[in-house]
Write a protein that binds this ligand. Structure first.
Ligand code: F6R
Length: 585
C-alpha cells in the first residue's frame, strides 16, 4: 500500500525522505515522489518505478530545503503513470500533498472544484485533497481551519500529509496509519516506523480522527473538531528497525531462515495474556476465526486443531466476506482476528462487525502498535520481528505457534516440545540443494496443483498462494478427496502436482490420489516423511508430533517457491501488484 512521509528538521530533507521511502518499500508500490519547501517555494519530482530507479532518473534526493514530503504509490485510482504519482501540487503550486487511502466522494468533490475553476492533471482521487486544501486555505487563511474544513468534506479512509509554501506541514489520519517520529532535531510523519527508525525511536501513534500541525519542531495534535489532544510518546522497539537483509540475498529468504528461532518466542508477548484468551474461548457462545490471505489459512488450521485437540467448534471466516453476512456473528461470542500487520482493512472491518455484536476480540498480531492491537480485548503477539518480504512466511509459522499455545493451554494433556521442533525445522533448512533442483524443473511450468487432506489442506492452499505470489505460476490447492470430483480432468503431462502427504490419518488416501495423478502423466513432488517411488521428487520432512506437520510442510514449500522465483527472475521480496499491508478494502 502507499507509504507517506513528512519531514521537518535541521537537516536537508530530501535524502532523509528518500531513505525513509526505501525502508518502507516492503509495503508495496509502483511509483515514487518527493516534494520539498525552500525559501517559500515548493519543488517536486516524481515518476514510476522503484525508489532507486526513480531517484537515479530524477535525483529526488537533490531537492533543496529542510522540510519535505514523500510517497510511494500503490495504484488504486488511475494507472501507473508519472502524473498519477504523488506528491500532488494544488493548482496554485502553493500546497502539495501525499495521501494513502481512498477518497470515496472524490467524483462529487472534483465536479464541485471544477465548477469553481480548478483543473486536474492526474486521474487520482488524491489530487482532490490538494485543491480542496487550496480552496479552504484561501478562504480561512490558516492551516488549522483549513484542515478541519477539508476533513469535514472528504469521505473515505485516509492519511495525508500536506506541505504549505510557508514551510508548515499538516497531516490528518482517518483509519489509515500515521505515526509521528519525534527526534531531537527533527519530526517525521510516516505510515510506518521504518520511515524514521534510523533517526528516532520515540513515536506518537496518532489516533484516527486526529490531525497534526507542524512548523519546524513545534507541533499541535488536534481532533477533527479542533480540540487539542494530549499525546503520549512511546518507545518503538528497536527490533523493528532491524530490517536489514544481512548476508541474505532477499528479505524473504532471511525470513524463511528465521523460523526455527521464532518458534520458542511466538505468543510470549501478550496484552492480558494467554490465560485470559483461554477463559474467553471457554465461555464463548461461538468462536469465529478471521484473517485475510495467509492469515485466513491460519484460521483454517485453527478450526481443525481446536476441534481435534480440544473439541471446541469454531468457524473460520474470510475477513473480507463478513461484511456481506454480518448476521453470521452471534452475540457474546469470541472473534479470533489474525493479522501480521494488524492493519488489514478487511480484518479491522470484521472486528468492527463482531464488536457490534458484543463479541470479545482476541487479536493475534505481529505489530503490537497496530490498529488491531488496540482493538483486542486480549492481544497475543506473534513476536517474529519485522516481516519485510511481501509474501507472508515466518508470520504464518508464528501464527500457528500462537494457536498451538492456545490449544495447549486449553488441553493440559497436549505436550508439544517446541525446542525439539525448532531443531528439526533447522534441519530442513540446512541443505536446500534438492529443493533448488526441483525449483529448476518448475521454471517452464504454467500450472501447479497442490493436494492435501484434513489439516494438510490449508497448507495446500497456502502453498498455492505462495506460488502465485512469488512465481506468478497458476497454482491451486485441492482437497485430496475432491480430485475425482473434477480436478482430475486437468491432469496431464504438462502439470506438476505437489502432494502433501505426512504420515498421519490422511497418508494412505493421499498416496492413492498421487497414484491416480501419476497415471495421467503429471509429475509428482511428494512432501512427506515417508519415501515412495510414486514421487518423481521427494521433499523429506521430519517425523514429528502430527499437530506440527503443517509448519514442517510449509517451510520447504516456501523455500521451493523462493528458489522458483529466482529461476523465473521475479523479485521474491516485492511481487508485482501486491502490497504488504492492505489498508484499503
Ligand atoms: C500472502 C500475504 C497476504 C497476507 C494478507 C493479510 O503471502 O502476505 O495474503 O497474508 O494480506 O495480511 P495481514 O496478515 O497483515 O492481515
Amino acid at each position: 500500500m502507499c507509504s507517506i512521509i513528512g519531514y521537518s528538521g535541521n537537516e536537508i530533507a530530501a535524502p532523509i525522505i528518500v531513505k525513509g521511502l526505501k525502508r518502507m518499500e516492503y509495503r508495496g508500490y509502483d511509483s515514487v515522489g518527493v516534494a520539498t519547501e525552500s525559501q517559500n517555494q515548493i519543488e517536486l519530482k516524481k515518476g514510476t518505478g522503484k525508489v532507486t530507479e526513480v531517484n537515479s532518473k530524477f535525483q529526488l534526493d537533490t531537492l533543496p530545503g529542510k522540510i519535505g514530503i514523500g510517497h510511494t504509490r500503490w495504484a488504486t485510482h488511475g494507472k501507473v503513470t508519472d502524473l498519477n504519482a504523488h506528491p500532488h501540487p494544488s493548482n496554485s503550486g502553493k500546497i502539495a500533498i501525499v495521501h494513502n487511502g481512498i477518497i470515496e466522494n472524490f467524483e462529487e468533490l472534483k465536479k464541485k472544484l471544477e465548477d469553481d475553476g480548478y483543473s486536474f492533471k492526474s486521474e487520482t482521487d488524491s489530487e482532490i485533497i490538494a485543491n480542496l486544501l487550496q480552496k479552504n486555505y484561501e478562504s480561512t487563511k490558516n492551516v488549522k481551519d483549513t484542515i478541519m474544513k477539508t476533513v469535514s468534506e472528504i469521505k473515505g479512509h485516509y492519511a495525508f500529509v500536506a506541505m504549505f509554501e510557508n514551510g508548515q506541514l499538516a497531516a490528518a489520519r482517518f483509519h489509515e496509519p500515521l505515526i509521528i517520529g519525534v527526534g531531537q532535531e527533527n519530526i517525521f510523519l510516516s505510515s510506518d516506523v521504518l520511515g524514521f527508525i534510523e533517526y528516532t525511536d520515540d513515536a506518537i501513534y496518532m489516533k484516527s480522527g486526529n490531525f497534526i500541525i507542524l512548523k519546524n519542531r513545534e507541533f499541535q495534535i488536534l481532533d477533527f473538531n479542533g480540540k487539542e489532544i494530549k499525546h503520549e510518546i512511546t518507545k518503538v522497539s528497536k527490533e523493528f528497525g532491524d530490517a536489514y537483509k544481512g548476508d541474505y540475498a532477499h528479505f524473504t529468504l532471511k525470513e524463511i531462515y528465521e523460523q526455527p528461532e521464532l518458534i520458542s518466542k511466538a505468543g510470549d508477548r501478550t496484552i492480558n495474556g494467554l490465560e485470559e484468551a483461554v477463559e474467553y474461548i471457554k465461555n464463548a457462545k461461538n468462536i469465529y476465526v478471521t484473517g485475510s490471505g495467509t492469515s485466513y489459512n491460519s484460521a483454517l488450521i485453527a478450526k481443525q486443531i481446536l476441534s481435534k485437540y480440544v473439541k471446541i467448534k469454531s468457524e473460520p471466516i474470510i475477513a473480507s466476506e463478513l461484511q456481506f453476512a454480518p448476521e453470521t456473528i452471534e452475540e457474546n461470542s469470541v472473534l479470533i482476528a489474525i493479522s501480521q500487520s494488524g492493519e488489514s482493512a478487511d480484518v479491522l472491518e470484521a472486528v468492527r462487525i463482531a464488536k457490534k455484536s458484543n463479541c470479545k476480540i482476541i487479536s493475534i498480531v505481529n505489530l503490537l502498535t497496530s490498529s488491531l492491537t488496540r482493538k483486542g480485548d486480549v492481544v497475543l503477539g506473534m513476536n517474529c520481528g519485522p516481516e519485510i518480504g511481501v509474501a507472508a512466511t515466518k508470520s504464518f509459522t508464528a501464527q500457528l505457534i500462537v494457536l498451538y499455545k492456545i490449544v495447549q493451554k486449553l488441553n493440559g494433556n497436549i505436550t508439544i516440545n517446541f525446542e525439539e521442533f525448532s531443531e528439526s525445522i533447522s534441519k530442513i533448512l540446512e541443505n536446500p540443494v534438492k529443493i533448488q533442483e526441483i525449483a529448476k524443473e518448475l521454471k517452464e511450468v504454467s500450472d501447479v496443483y497442490i493436494l492435501g487432506r484434513g489439516i494438510n489442506y490449508p497448507i495446500a492452499i497456502e502453498s498455492a498462494l505462495k506460488l502465485k505470489e512469488l512465481t506468478y505460476i497458476h497454482a491451486e490447492g485441492i482437497p485430496g478427496g475432491e480430485l475425482k470430483h473434477g480436478p482430475l480432468a486437468l491432469m496431464d503431462t504438462d502439470v506438476f502436482v505437489i502432494v502433501i502427504n505426512p504420515n498421519d490419518s490422511t497418508y494412505t488416501d493421499t498416496l492413492t490420489s498421487a497414484r491416480e495423478i501419476k497415471a495421467r502423466g503429471a509429475k509428482i513432488i511428494g512432501v512427506s516423511d515417508i519415501e515412495s517411488d510414486i514421487y518423481d521428487y521427494w521433499i523429506k520432512i521430519p517425523k514429528i508430533n502430527e499437530i506440527l506437520y503443517p509448519i514442517s510442510e510449509i517451510i520447504p514449500i516456501q523455500l521451493l517457491t523462493y528458489y522458483s522465483a529466482l529461476e523465473k527472475d521475479t523479485d521474491p521480496d516485492y511481487p508485482r501488484n501486491l502490497a504488504k499491508s492492505v489498508t484499503v478494502k
